[in-house]
Ligand binder design. Structure first.
Ligand code: A2R
Length: 349
């Protein structure tokens, strides 16, 4: 059901006599964290899927895009969140905004808990008060499973959650808060995405780090040595566009009442980090040596972190479409473009 604040789009104008206009409910979607890695990829998917999108960002955009609206919003500001939701009256929400970096969460736990837990409660309260029919998708993380991964089997949504860092703990606490709202008033779903591959991700993450280094080496801006951490870990990777497709598909299923409130977004496949590095090196013509960097090793590194995708396949029929080779190739090309642009800028100055 569209919210009471939504309007209806019909075909107006030159239709032949007897034409019955197809009435389509306007889908007004509020997207938080739109400037981030996933948000930047998701906007286009949402526009193609026919959503009227309002993005929230923490800093004003340099130019206002014509295809969607942008609002400056810090989700820790309760009144500003309420005001934004009252003005937009969304029929759908995707809440990405978060402190998403594990190292930051150790460095600044107050910021992490304030943003991830209290910021989300501000969103939940505003939706309850101002747009109670809205269907909301909340993005948690596979990190909530933590040391449960030590069982060395793909984990499903019923597995125990044993977070190993403040980021994961804050996401699990947020899930508990959201669950309370789902039980009493709000409609929505929680997702637990596993590792993503894609342009725009910080090189703090492993595939982006490899791609950036290879691209820098190819244009002679780094010596031909790639610095790596633990190559033996097994992880579950998805192209960011497959993650975006899963989010859109979950939104589309809202009317059929999703049978579950939590979904893993994963490939179900284990990829050794070493094999990802080998694929990327095979996509380059440059000879590159590998050097272990002890500062990139984490004491609590989990050897195997893979998800079970049975629930999302059974309930909504989503499957990843991009192969790991394709995902890594497009990531590498993104970093090649960026390195070349920076080289050109350096030469010009
Ligand atoms: O720092 P900015 O301006 O880029 O904004 C970040 C935003 N964010 C906030 N937005 C509003 N109020 C805040 N107090 C606040 N703090 C941070 O969240 C950024 O645009 C976004 C998160 O983007 P990324 O760090 O690139 O995360 P990513 O990979 O897009 O992950 C999306 C979601 C997160 O909830 C993860 O925890 C989850 O997927 O796995």
């Amino acid at each position: 059901m569209p919210s009471s604040g939504s309007s209806i789009l019909g075909h107006l104008g030159d239709e032949p006599a007897g034409f019955t206009p197809e009435v389509t409910a306007l889908k007004k979607l509020l997207l938080t964290g739109a400037n981030g890695f996933v948000g930047s990829a998701l906007i286009e998917h949402l526009l193609i899927a026919g959503y009227q999108v309002t993005c929230t960002t923490t800093s004003p955009p340099r130019s206002q895009p014509s295809e969607y609206e942008c609002i400056n919003l810090d989700i820790r500001d309760k009144n500003a969140v309420e005001d934004t939701v009252r003005k937009v009256k969304p029929t759908h929400l995707i809440h990405l905004a978060a402190i998403s970096n594990v190292a930051t969460s150790f460095r600044d736990p107050y910021l992490t808990w304030e943003t991830n837990v209290l910021g989300t409660i501000n969103i939940l309260e505003a939706i309850k008060n101002q747009a109670s029919d809205c269907f909301s998708l909340f993005v948690s993380s596979s990190e909530v499973y933590g040391s449960a991964f030590k069982s060395n089997i793909p984990l499903d949504e019923e597995s125990r959650c044993l977070p190993l860092n403040p980021y994961a703990a804050s996401k699990l606490a947020t899930e508990a808060a959201i669950g309370q709202y789902f039980a009493t008033s709000l409609r929505g779903v929680i997702t637990r995405p596993f590792n993503h591959i894609g342009p725009g991700q910080s090189p703090d993450f492993v595939t982006a780090s490899f791609a950036k280094q290879i691209a820098m080496i190819e244009c002679s801006r780094q010596e031909p040595i790639i610095h790596v951490g633990n190559l033996d870990a097994n992880r579950d990777f998805l192209d960011v566009h497959d993650v975006c497709r899963a989010y859109i598909k979950l939104l589309e299923h809202e009317k059929n009442d999703l049978p579950h409130s939590i979904y893993n977004i994963c490939s179900g496949k284990a990829h050794k980090i070493k094999s990802l590095l080998e694929i990327m090196l095979s996509q380059s013509d440059t000879k590159i040596d590998i050097k272990l960097d002890p500062t990139r090793l984490r004491p609590s590194d989990i050897p195997f972190a893979v998800g079970c995708k049975k629930r999302i396949i059974t309930d909504i029929g989503w499957q990843p479409e991009k192969s790991i080779d394709e995902a890594l190739a497009s990531l590498l090309n993104y970093w090649r473009d960026r390195s070349q642009q920076t080289s050109l800028l350096n030469h010009a100055s």
